[in-house]
Design a protein around this ligand. Structure first.
Ligand SMILES: Cc1cc2nc3c(=O)[nH]c(=O)nc-3n(C[C@H](O)[C@H](O)[C@H](O)COP(=O)(O)OP(=O)(O)OC[C@H]3O[C@@H](n4cnc5c(N)ncnc54)[C@H](O)[C@@H]3O)c2cc1C
Length: 396
């Protein structure tokens, strides 16, 4: 061990020295996304959240496209071709602003674009991906149905062949970006098993009413997709995949981004709590000087930076082509669960101010309730890990 005088100073922002794991390009991407979020999201987010709207979503999408954040880890077709850690850092910075903004980016890049990039024909890729990477076209991903969430195998949306056409009928529920999407990737039963369809949202019979009255992800567009005999050409189907492994592999990609993103919401809440603890005085001194508050801050810092380290480790495995879905479940289960705990503990440090929109903490906490549920609930990830550990399937 080096002599104490040679040690780098302790940093409250980076107590484990995790920035040492990042190269100059990683840091530049992180700074770009952080600066964009600080300028374009943070001044407005409390207002959007309170109104339950994301009124400038199309502008934001184009700006996110211009800084390379859409389909960031994909290659070709106007995508940035960034590494997994770089994509993760972007998710963290976006979710430090708001989970709704990170959701916009995750659904666009890791679900809708990824499905087309991975399983689409060359023609589908050329038609859709450049516009989506630029943020000119917003995409959504329809898997969940009113009666089929955790168990999508039972989905009822059906595509039947009619000559060379497909005719798509059914309903999808809780679909991020649905009402503003120009293209929807919709998963449906067919006579050949579950297939993915690339559906232009101006197709006759397609509608996407917005779901209102949410108390979570309020600055995010969430919609129902209604498909009433939507007629699609033969080439609307994603040719390269049949079965649930199609949507599940897309979800795995998106969940990886959540492993990082959740730590962004946690970081923002922790920073608010730390700052407050240093300045708020009770009993004649800053509340950060009380041992009970310090225990909360220390425990939060430990979980926050352990979570970032875990995300980094998974990112390195993804770049090396070694990241297993069970490992993504490990990360999503831990990091979202810990992030929500950090938000709840931060809320207690802020006392009554903790429930105010003047501070980001409660907004992050309520957002994370959705993040805890979508892309596989806590229980689903426990079952994935339980099965991997025991070899016994407890899903049904
Ligand atoms: C804001 C938001 C945005 C979303 N965006 C999208 C999107 O873009 N695209 C999309 O397709 N979906 C989206 N979803 C849907 C999301 O993926 C589902 O809500 C999720 O998969 C859970 O399904 P469910 O809500 O039907 O709950 P259910 O599956 O009905 O589960 C209810 C509860 O039962 C538990 N449970 C179920 N089965 C078991 C079991 N075998 N053992 C133990 N416990 C079990 C679950 O863990 C959960 O706690 C979104 C959801 C939200 C809230």
């Amino acid at each position: 061990m080096s002599a104490p005088s040679k040690l780098p100073p302790f940093s409250a922002d980076d107590p484990l020295g995790l920035d040492d794991l990042l190269g100059p390009e990683d840091l530049a991407i992180r700074d770009t996304i952080r600066a964009w979020a600080a300028e374009r999201v943070l001044p407005h987010i409390a207002d959007w959240y309170e109104r339950g709207e994301l009124p400038v979503i199309r502008e934001l999408a184009r700006e996110l496209g211009s800084i390379g954040a859409l389909g960031m880890s994909l290659t070709g077709y106007g995508c940035a071709g960034a590494g997994a850690v770089q994509y993760g850092l972007a998710c963290l910075e976006l979710e430090a602003a708001d989970s709704g903004i990170r959701s916009l980016v995750s659904v666009q890049g890791s679900l809708a674009m990824y499905a087309i990039w991975k399983y689409g024909s060359e023609e589908q890729k050329r038609r859709w991906l450049p516009g989506m990477a630029a943020g000119e076209i917003i995409g959504c991903f329809g898997l969940t149905e009113p009666d089929h969430g955790s168990d999508p195998a039972g989905m009822r949306t059906y595509a039947k062949k009619d000559g060379t056409d497909w005719v798509l009928t059914g309903r999808k529920m809780w679909i991020t970006n649905g009402s503003v999407a120009g293209v929807a990737v919709v998963w449906a039963q067919t006579d050949e098993g579950i297939r993915g369809f690339v559906v232009p949202t101006d197709a006759a019979g397609f509608s996407a009413p917005e779901i209102r009255h949410k108390w979570s992800l309020r600055a995010s567009v969430t919609s129902e997709l209604v498909m009433d005999e939507v007629r699609l050409p033969a080439d609307a189907v994603l040719p390269e995949v049949t079965g649930l492994k199609g949507p599940l592999s897309c979800l795995s990609h998106a969940r990886y981004g959540i492993v990082w993103g959740a730590m962004g919401a946690a970081r923002s809440s922790f920073e608010a709590a730390l700052e407050y603890a240093k300045t708020r005085e009770q009993f004649g001194r800053p509340i950060g000087g009380f041992q009970l508050t310090q225990a909360k801050l220390a425990d939060m810092a430990v979980e926050l930076h352990k979570g970032i380290l875990l995300a980094h480790h998974l990112g390195r495995r993804m770049d090396a082509g070694k990241l297993r879905p069970e490992q993504v479940s490990f990360g999503k289960l831990n990091n979202v669960r810990e992030a929500i705990e950090i938000c709840r503990t931060s809320r207690t440090v802020l006392g009554a101010n903790g429930i105010s929109l003047e501070y980001p903490v409660m907004r992050h906490a309520t957002n994370l309730e959705s993040v805890l549920t979508y892309e596989g609930t806590v229980e689903m990830h426990q079952l994935v890990l339980g099965k991997a550990l025991t070899g016994l399937d407890a899903f049904r």
